[in-house]
Design a protein. Structure first.
Length: 148
């Protein structure tokens, strides 16, 4: 039975691939004889975090205390309750709708206030003390009291 041209080409490619594979195997064998020492297998990190085949310069070594390493969020110190209380001026308040805004005198930001957060009735231009609590839409004033 006669071989077709396509079949001859496939067999030719197989022989070529087999030959290339044998050459690569031989090359790896030769290289492994030369690189048998463990020093050639070491990899080092330089001061920039890049891999290098040379060991780093011991004069550039930085000593770090284990206690100075912080993993995660650093612990917060408890806040003083007096620092949480702010003073401000009522810029707008609608009694019928039950909400308004207070301008913080320290940061000059406008803070939303709801009638449920009031301890006593307030009007526009009243000076008040309040605390800030974060709500779903931003900062809200709570524990609002008139300054006398």
């Amino acid at each position: 039975m006669a071989e077709t041209w396509n079949k001859k080409e496939r067999e030719k490619k197989k022989r070529q691939n087999k030959k290339e594979k044998a050459e690569k195997k031989q090359e790896r064998k030769e290289n492994s004889k030369n690189d048998n020492n463990p020093e050639s297998m070491y990899a080092y990190l330089d001061e920039n975090g890049n891999l290098s085949s040379k060991p780093p310069d011991p004069r550039k070594k930085i000593i770090i205390n284990v206690e100075d390493i912080e993993i995660g969020v650093p612990k917060q110190e408890p806040m003083n309750p007096e620092d949480l209380i702010r003073t401000g001026m009522v810029t707008f308040f609608n009694d019928s709708k039950g909400y308004g805004f207070i301008k913080d005198l320290g940061t000059q930001e406008s803070v939303f206030v709801h009638i449920n957060s009031l301890t006593e009735a307030v009007k526009e231009n009243n000076k008040v003390t309040f605390e800030i609590e974060m709500g779903p839409k931003g900062a809200n004033a709570v524990n609002v009291k008139l300054v006398k």
